[in-house]
Design a binder for this molecule. Structure first.
Ligand code: ZN
Length: 96
């Protein structure tokens, strides 16, 4: 499909929204800033140094972060789920 917001061809709209799309830079920056606030510094560094595919998995499923505290994990996964669905919704409903 073609991203409606930036017109770039993508076969993975979630990955495009979270990593690539130039139309949602501020939403994405906001997501990443909040993740850094929620997670321990060690976990945030590990997350942002991970390869793209691992980062995406961590954002959607958080199984990469199983060692962190239960309440942090819950806060993190619910926040990511909401923010990422907002990003994808924004892109799929975008009308130029
Ligand atoms: Zn895009």
């Amino acid at each position: 499909m073609t991203c409606k917001a930036c017109k770039i061809e993508t076969n993975d709209v979630v990955k495009h929204a979270v990593l690539e799309c130039q139309a949602v830079i501020s939403l994405r920056d906001n997501l990443f800033e909040r993740i850094v606030d929620i997670l321990d510094p060690i976990d945030s560094v590990a997350l942002f140094n991970a390869e793209d595919n691992i980062l995406i998995e961590a954002l959607l499923e958080a199984h990469v972060l199983q060692n962190c505290k239960q309440e942090i994990w819950e806060q993190y996964i619910s926040y990511c789920a909401i923010k990422i669905s907002n990003l994808v919704q924004y892109l799929t409903q975008f009308n130029s």
